[in-house]
Design a binder for this molecule. Structure first.
Ligand code: COA
Length: 195
């Protein structure tokens, strides 16, 4: 994490001016998604795996975050009865720690809630404490360990759950996270200038 200039921590309106958005993932985004995936994950998903996920209809919700039309991150959700499983979340390295992950997780959580999920779950590497901090912010708490879940790196996963996501308290939590993303949902609010 680089040094942050306090004077650059809120550049009002620039996010909107530069055209940040989070939109449903489409086939045309996959080249960029897989390029990011390959750069940030030891065992990246392939384009065909993403294609298969996108073909699963209403049981899936995948999003990309873009800056000026360029994909800078993505996240996915699998819906089962009453549960939303966050299947993946990734942000292009130069854009990390600028609020893009927070923006994507807000979108995924809202999609799960809209579709009736009562709880959200995900797995995260034991050593990935940065991601765990992000998940704590969204009310996820550790609930168990999956031994050697990431076999390629010989690492266990922590299973995390956020319960009661249909509650008023959870709506308040999401609202307050979203407020931190404004104005213009700029991913560099609180995160210095653009990379
Ligand atoms: C994990 C990941 C998705 C987070 O996205 P991001 O855009 O970098 O995260 P954000 O800027 O939205 O971070 C929000 C908060 O999460 C926490 N956080 C995120 N990354 C962190 C890190 N590397 N170290 C410590 N805290 C971190 C912080 O609390 C942060 O808030 P702050 O910057 O105001 O302190 C992204 O770093 C990434 O793609 N990492 C590589 C792939 C990965 O690990 N994916 C998750 C698999 S479970």
């Amino acid at each position: 994490m680089g040094f942050r200039l306090p004077s650059m921590s809120r550049r009002e309106g620039e996010g909107a001016a530069r055209g940040f958005d989070v939109v449903p993932m489409r086939r045309r985004h996959l080249r960029a998604v897989v390029a990011i995936e390959q750069a940030i994950f030891p065992s990246p998903w392939s384009a065909s795996l993403y294609l298969s996920e996108l073909g699963q209809g209403s049981t899936r919700a995948y999003f990309v975050a873009r800056c000026d039309g360029v994909v800078i991150g993505y996240a996915g959700l699998m819906l089962a009865v009453g549960e939303g499983h966050v299947t993946t979340i990734g942000v292009s390295q130069p854009w990390q720690r600028r609020g893009v992950g927070r923006m994507l997780l807000t979108k995924v959580a809202r999609a799960a809630i809209e579709r009736g999920a009562e709880a959200l779950t995900l797995e995260v590497r034991v050593s990935n404490t940065g991601a765990q901090s992000l998940y704590h912010e969204f009310g996820f708490a550790p609930a168990g360990i999956r031994k050697n879940y990431y076999a390629e790196v010989h690492e266990d996963a922590i299973i995390m759950w956020a319960h009661g996501v249909q509650s008023a308290q959870y709506a308040e939590r999401l609202d307050s996270i979203e407020k931190r993303l404004r104005p213009g949902s700029s991913p560099w609010v609180g995160g210095g200038g653009p990379p």
